[in-house]
Design a protein around this ligand. Structure first.
Ligand code: KG4
Length: 332
């Protein structure tokens, strides 16, 4: 089985080819530099950039795979959630491949696709159910995944996504965009004196039974600490620690409520080494299996995960009409 995946939901344009669970090509163009002057993704710039890049990425993916597009089994395309103008660019390429080469279309939920990146990298087929933890620039959520296309949301953010909070905290500290790598670097340069309590009230105020994320309090604490003139590295360190404490607490609540043996984590924030170590320790302590893509390219937005989920949906008999819609939100 061979399929092509297309991803254009936010600020990465990507086209990938996956054959029987093996990535033959995963072409990714990141627009980060184009958005850096604005400290965030500008939707109009994003769609124009997708339009300028997508044909080139398609040509490179086909060339690298060495396969003939006419022999492909399906085309999988991200259609939700995302920036509508951006999603439409990927959608048009999928429609072209359908009309010109007769490829069946499988539309894919971007959030769900993230949970298939790690399985693809490890060349494993997923066993259900499992918990999906997504921590990215646009989403911070926990899902129970019961099968391809079958997701139940257990936790969401009440305000910012974690990656977005990293970006805003970094901006407050004058460290640069995107914030994740800058905060991580600054945090690694700080050595706490024993068990320091820096943002103590934030986690104390959590509702006892709810599974949800909220990063706005930590963001405000960063702003106040910066105004007090605290050391940047110290603030960055405690921002990370407090945010990751919250992630672990919510994950534990979800784990206690659901009867699952495996957690699959993904999203841009999983590029963070401290988070990776903490999640490894969490898995050990609670005797569960917890995995994330080792390759950072597979943690962030990419089309290989779209092609992979597309394969499972295709096997389950999913075919979408050529006039499929795109949507800024997840659809049930
Ligand atoms: O999954 P992703 O590529 O896509 C979007 O949702 O757009 O995630 C991007 C996010 C950004 O907010 C970025 O600051 C964050 O992931 N990120 C990190 C790190 N590298 C990227 N956050 C924490 N630590 C990192 N090393």
């Amino acid at each position: 089985m061979i399929g092509i995946g297309i991803e254009s939901s936010c600020d990465e344009t990507s086209v990938a080819i996956v054959e029987d669970g093996t990535i033959l090509s995963n072409q990714i163009y990141s627009q980060i530099k184009e958005h850096t002057p604005y400290l965030g993704v500008v939707p109009e710039i994003a769609s124009r950039s997708h339009l300028l890049k997508i044909n080139e990425l398609y040509d490179r993916a086909i060339a690298e795979s060495g396969r003939d597009i006419a022999s492909f089994d399906y085309v999988a395309v991200t259609t939700r959630p995302g920036l509508v103008g951006s999603l439409m660019i990927g959608a048009q390429l999928a429609r072209c491949l359908h009309l010109v080469h007769g490829l069946p279309i499988v539309t894919v939920d971007h959030v769900e696709a993230h949970f298939y990146a790690g399985f693809l990298e490890r060349r494993e087929r997923p066993s259900y159910p499992f918990l999906g933890l997504l921590l990215s620039g646009g989403n911070s959520a926990v899902f129970r995944v019961e099968g391809p296309g079958r997701l139940i949301k257990l936790a969401d953010t009440r305000d910012d996504a974690l990656g977005e909070a990293f970006d805003k905290a970094s901006n407050v500290l004058g460290l640069g965009y995107p914030g994740g790598p800058h905060i991580e670097r600054a945090a690694s340069q700080y050595a706490p004196a024993g068990k320091e309590r820096f943002f103590p009230a934030i986690l104390k105020d959590l509702p006892p039974d709810e599974i949800s994320f909220s990063f706005s309090g930590i963001k405000t604490a960063v702003l106040l600490a910066a105004k007090r003139g605290e050391q940047k590295e110290k603030i960055a360190y405690h921002f990370q620690e407090t945010a990751f404490d919250l992630v672990e607490r919510m994950l534990l609540r979800a784990l206690r409520r659901e009867n699952v043996q495996h957690i699959e984590a993904s999203g841009g924030v999983l590029a963070n080494q401290t988070l990776r170590h903490r999640l490894d320790r969490f898995a050990e302590k609670h005797a569960i299996s917890l995995k994330y893509p080792v390759s950072k390219a597979l943690c962030t937005d990419n089309a290989a995960m779209v092609a992979s989920l597309g394969q499972y949906l295709f096997e389950a008999g999913i075919r979408d009409p050529a006039d499929f819609p795109v949507s800024s939100v997840r659809m049930a």
